[in-house]
Design a protein around this ligand. Structure first.
Ligand code: GLA
Length: 391
């Protein structure tokens, strides 16, 4: 069977007729709860998944960087010194997918002021579904950042590499995202979720206890593609900043549920509902952690369902396919379900008893068929290790 690591290796040897000097990989992520809270300095509870982006890297004897991937077999090659002219303003000069790895190279050199000693070839392959809300972009950023950090001897730690990934995403790709995905991909641990305070960037491993409770986490990829470089994501972010400004706080993280009555008086209805989502979602993340510790994962369902309702009604980032996935899962006995990631498409998650996995899968598939939607792609994920060197 061809693995993505094997594909990256094969692509590299095809490109260069040599073997790579190393193989690295970084995972995608699922967010259990805490959506659109990261860029509001708030709380999130994601975990890295077993789907990963792999990169095979080899040194060159010039000062060029060349990237190739199974998404687009045409290699993209630039002088490393020219990256500063491409990003951020002339990013259209390189194909969209190549902005991720080249953007990471640019952000690394910018942040460290390092002169790279060596040019590199990088070949990528991935089994993280693209456009599914599972952070295929953070996976490619994390794999690139980890490989280049080591090859160029930059000595950055995992949190610094996550920041590099976000810089690439924001400035080289042009998507105004927060730092959750990159932190989850860099810091993921097998068997645990990562509680992240997006203001301090402090993290704590949180034992989900799913296996012991006989639970599994289903991903329901609706197949509805989204992009955060355009449209709704940036608008939501702007509304949050407006709301924080009206309330006179640095970020919505600084508000609590008790401040919402005052917020309602001070702002228009749409801005208020955006603010209410973020403020209540931050509280739901904290409540989820408390409930996990006190009662275990069987008791978190209501919080997941409330999170989905808030995204659907207040933040308005769900789509009919995501609502159908959530409703059909719950009706078929899921403990809890919600859309995950940035929204406007992508995937929902459902926490299900192992014994009802098939019932839920069949019910969601039937509900999509009844609604005239294309069949969803449904699979389980488990918390997995973050970025690493594989060979
Ligand atoms: C996307 C972004 C993250 C985060 C989520 C929503 O995945 O990349 O930074 O804002 O959306 O929680």
């Amino acid at each position: 069977m061809t693995t993505p690591a094997g594909e990256a290796f094969a692509l590299f040897t095809e490109l260069t007729s040599t073997e790579p000097t190393g193989l690295w990989s970084a995972p995608g992520r699922v967010n259990l709860i805490g959506e659109h809270t990261d860029y509001n300095d708030g709380f999130v509870l994601p975990f890295a998944i077993e789907h990963r982006t792999h990169v095979a890297l080899g040194r060159r004897d010039d000062a060029r960087i060349r990237v190739v991937s199974t998404f687009d077999p045409v290699p993209v090659e630039v002088e490393i010194a020219d990256l500063a002219a491409i990003f951020p303003d002339d990013r259209e000069a390189v194909p969209e997918w190549a902005r991720y790895p080249l953007g990471v190279a640019w952000a690394l050199l910018n942040a460290t002021g390092a002169t790279p000693p060596v040019g590199v070839d990088l070949a990528f392959a991935s089994d993280v579904p693209v456009g599914a809300g599972l952070s295929s972009s953070a996976a490619i950023e994390g794999a690139t950042a980890t490989a280049l950090n080591e090859t160029w001897g930059l000595g950055l730690d995992r949190t610094a590499l996550a920041r590099i990934g976000r810089t690439a995403e924001n400035l080289a790709v042009g998507a105004p995202t927060g730092i959750m995905d990159q932190m989850a991909s860099m810091l993921g641990r097998a068997d645990a979720a990562t509680f992240l305070d997006c203001r301090s960037l402090e993290t704590r491993s949180v034992d989900l206890g799913f296996a012991k409770a006989g639970l599994e986490l289903l991903v329901i990829d609706t197949g509805v593609k989204h992009s955060h470089a355009t449209g709704g994501y940036g608008e939501r972010r702007a509304s949050c900043e407006l709301g924080a400004g009206i309330m006179g706080v640095t970020a919505l993280r600084d508000l609590s549920v008790a401040d919402l009555d005052r917020a309602r008086e001070l702002m228009d209805d749409v801005t208020f509902r955006r603010v209410r989502h973020v403020v209540t979602e931050n509280q739901r993340v904290l409540d989820t952690i408390d409930v996990l510790a006190a009662e275990g994962p069987l008791a978190i369902g209501d919080l997941l369902v409330a999170s989905h309702a808030s995204m659907r009604d207040d933040f308005e980032i769900s789509v009919p396919e995501l609502d159908t996935a959530v409703e059909a899962s719950l009706a078929a006995g899921a403990i809890g379900a919600r859309m995950t990631g940035g929204g406007f498409g992508g995937a929902a998650i459902a926490v299900v008893r192992r014994t009802s996995k098939k019932t839920v899968t069949d019910a969601v598939t039937a509900a999509f068929d009844d609604a005239g939607f294309a069949a969803p792609h449904i699979f389980t994920v488990t918390p997995s290790e973050g970025a690493r060197r594989d060979g």
